[in-house]
Design a protein around this ligand. Structure first.
Ligand SMILES: [Zn+2]
Length: 423
């Protein structure tokens, strides 16, 4: 079900109005069985319905039952009990379904060519992942034309949006030379403002014998060419992989990025205990992603910082590695986000509902914690307060579930319940 504008690349289902039809008119989205605002007490104040204990994840969901939302000009104008809405130009019923904020997918690698399904199949029969397969994608991506990459990217963005995500972060990192990294970022920029320069993904084969020269290139000429096309800079900091970067190399790249006006985020602690988390916190990074192997100092550092711990359990599912300890992070007070890490090597899913189901089943997050992490948590990891929640005055980005409650996201894994409603 898609009631209103779903943005560029967004799918529309049969019977839905085409973009523009509703322009200028106020629309009442009515008969919402369960409205999850993720706006906390503000979202549920004065409304009948359930909220959990003060300060709990359940309270933070800001659930309202029997609610309605007025959208005008792409902005949420009113939220309240069905039947008390102001006059509108048009009323649409969602028939008792649940409505939630559109998911924020804050970590993807969507611009690439080639296929690595054989690598996945080999891994499922016992081979261990060490990050080297990225070279396969780099080779295919360098050979692809802009039009080929644009077509592949559009299909992946449409797939992601069809499953209820409205915001996507996209990294470069499959070019690893100046010409291709800038091409990838320019293509990503066509579909999102949340673009990330990841020249520091791995050391490409042609620099294996001179890693320092590659770090110089990434922090120098490649960064200079890519910075105008990116908001973020990211590095795969993983001393356990011979292809990735150690703490000193990662720091050089990230600090150069900050000087160029980019905001830092880090791939850290994915394959082993290591320096990624503390480097991210030290640099004031918005997010450190993976966080699979953490020691007590890492958890304490995250809990005492504004750096979000972004968990990507689709990777552990697809690589058969141990899952991160989400409970330890949540119980410490760290902010946790969930994202897909959609990429051709370690996790080729675009489904935030699947990630939520994994987080509940395997990471022992509550359904409320998982939904918050996939919306406001992920928004925080992008330093955004205008997405990931439904609140008066914010842009309308709504996802509808073909279910009476958000609990069904994890309760019915693999079932396509989530669809774009607005935005
Ligand atoms: Zn990644």
């Amino acid at each position: 079900m898609s009631l209103g504008p779903t943005g560029s690349g967004g799918p529309s289902t049969a019977g839905a109005p085409v973009e523009g039809e509703l322009a200028g008119g106020a629309v009442l989205v009515d008969d919402i069985g369960e409205l999850v605002t993720c706006a906390g007490a503000e979202g549920s104040a004065g409304a009948e319905g359930s909220t959990g204990p003060e300060g709990s994840a359940e309270e933070a969901l800001g659930i309202r039952h029997g609610a309605a939302v007025v959208i005008d000009g792409g902005v949420v104008r009113w939220i309240g009990p069905s039947g008390q809405a102001p006059a509108v130009d048009r009323r649409v019923s969602v028939g008792g379904r649940a409505v939630i904020p559109a998911f924020v997918d804050s970590h993807t690698h969507l611009v690439f060519a080639g296929d690595r399904s054989a690598e996945f199949a080999a891994r499922m029969t016992g081979e261990r992942y060490d990050g080297g397969g990225i070279a396969t994608t780099v080779g295919a991506t360098r050979c692809a034309t802009d039009d080929e990459l644009r077509t592949l990217l559009a299909a992946r963005v449409a797939e992601l949006r069809a499953q209820g995500s409205a915001t996507v972060e996209i990294k470069s990192g499959y070019g690893l030379d100046i010409a291709t990294e800038t091409r990838l970022l320019a293509l990503a920029r066509e579909v999102t403002d949340e673009t990330t320069f990841l020249g520091g993904h791995v050391v490409p084969a042609e620099f294996r014998s001179d890693r320092a020269a590659y770090v110089d290139l990434v922090a120098g000429a490649m960064l200079a060419a890519c910075a105008p096309l990116a908001r973020w800079i990211d590095v795969f900091c993983e001393p356990a992989s011979p292809h990735a970067f150690d703490a000193d190399e990662a720091r050089v790249i990230l600090e150069a990025g900050v000087r160029a006006g980019l905001l830092p985020r880090v791939h850290g602690n994915q394959l082993s205990h290591g320096p990624g988390v503390r480097l991210a916190v030290d640099l004031g990074a918005a997010s450190v992603d993976h966080c699979t192997f953490l020691d007590d100092a890492d958890v304490a550092a995250l809990a005492g910082s504004d750096t979000v711990a972004t968990l990507l359990p689709g990777v552990e599912f697809s690589t058969r590695m141990p899952y991160p300890d989400a409970r330890r992070l949540l119980d410490s007070g760290a902010t946790v986000a969930l994202a897909t890490d959609c990429n051709p090597g370690t996790c080729f899913t675009s489904s935030m509902p699947f990630v939520i189901a994994l987080a509940v089943r395997e990471l022992r997050m509550s359904p409320a914690e998982a939904l918050l992490a996939a919306t406001v948590g992920a928004a925080t990891s992008l330093r955004r307060s205008d997405i990931g929640r439904i609140s008066v005055g914010l842009p309308a980005r709504l996802t509808v579930l073909d279910a009476p409650s958000h609990l069904h996201l994890a309760y019915r894994p693999g079932v396509p319940l989530a669809a774009p409603l607005w935005g």
